[in-house]
Design a protein. Structure first.
Length: 277
């Protein structure tokens, strides 16, 4: 059957795909709109497979905090180029995925991708569809939900770094400024854990091995290696765990000391840092 310009335009309105893609799909589907839509979705899947190994260094971090500031969700929606990350379609997709994250609280990235958006299709299906439309890999990174007595968020001006920080022992105090200061600290200093007890065992083991190897290369006696490595490990804890880091606004105190000075006992219970690129 003949495919008219009106048919092509109708399919474009339904899918947002390009004119030539819509015309080709309608021609292959012999004018059947449902089949044409399915063909366009399969095209998106093929593009996703072809670009699966591509780097996604651009995009935007989405954050949503509840009104009580006791819970917040965060994830990055990553793509290949800056221009795509700024499009309305990309931003709208991120907001729609965040809406289902807030409503359903999926446990992990896989569960979030499987979650159904308002139209009944999964987040993954929507991502695949937009991939077919724009021709770039799109991925979700760093998804998590943080809860606490008071959860403060921070989004860097680039939109590519976002932070959630949960404070405890708030006791009704005004901790907004302190929370934002800590969130900015996390954004800038990239702590690997809250404190030394929170550092994963494999990271501790790796740092000890590095410390011993450095000492060995410096010609230190074998009997001294463990002690030297332990000293370097303590330096690692000071530089890379949030509460032990020097506070960037006043390096005469640690983050833990700064918080305790704002309100006795005030501290951090959890944090999440998401960066694209």
């Amino acid at each position: 059957m003949a495919i008219t310009a009106q048919d092509v335009n109708k399919l474009r309105q339904m899918t947002g795909m390009g004119m030539m893609d819509c015309k080709q799909a309608l021609t292959e589907a012999e004018g059947d709109f449902d089949k044409a839509i399915e063909l366009l979705r399969k095209k998106g899947e093929k593009i996703s497979l072809k670009r699966a190994d591509n780097e996604t260094k651009e995009g935007f971090v989405f954050i949503n905090t509840n009104d009580a500031q006791t819970e917040a969700a965060i994830f990055g929606l990553a793509c290949e180029t800056e221009s795509v990350g700024k499009t309305d379609e990309f931003q709208t997709l991120g907001q729609r995925i965040m809406a289902v994250a807030v409503a359903e609280k999926p446990t992990d990235k896989e569960a979030l991708l499987a979650s159904r958006l308002a139209d009944g299709r999964s987040a993954q299906e929507h991502i695949t569809e937009l991939t077919g439309k724009i021709g770039e890999k799109i991925d979700i990174v760093g998804y998590t939900i943080v809860t606490g007595e008071k959860v403060i968020n921070y989004l860097h001006s680039t939109g590519k770094i976002g932070v959630l920080v949960a404070l405890k022992n708030v006791n009704g105090g005004d901790v907004a400024e302190a929370g934002r200061d800590v969130a900015m600290q996390i954004a800038a200093m990239k702590p690997v854990a809250l404190d030394k007890d929170s550092v994963p065992a494999d990271v501790v083991e790796k740092e000890m091995e590095i410390g011993k190897e450095l000492a060995r290369n410096e010609g230190k006696p074998e009997a001294m290696l463990d002690k030297i490595a332990a000293g370097r490990l303590n330096k690692f804890f000071k530089e890379n765990t949030l509460l032990n880091q020097e506070f960037i606004k006043d390096n005469s105190k640690t983050v833990a000391q700064m918080l305790d000075g704002v309100h006795k006992g005030l501290t951090v219970s959890a944090f999440q840092r998401v960066q694209i690129g």
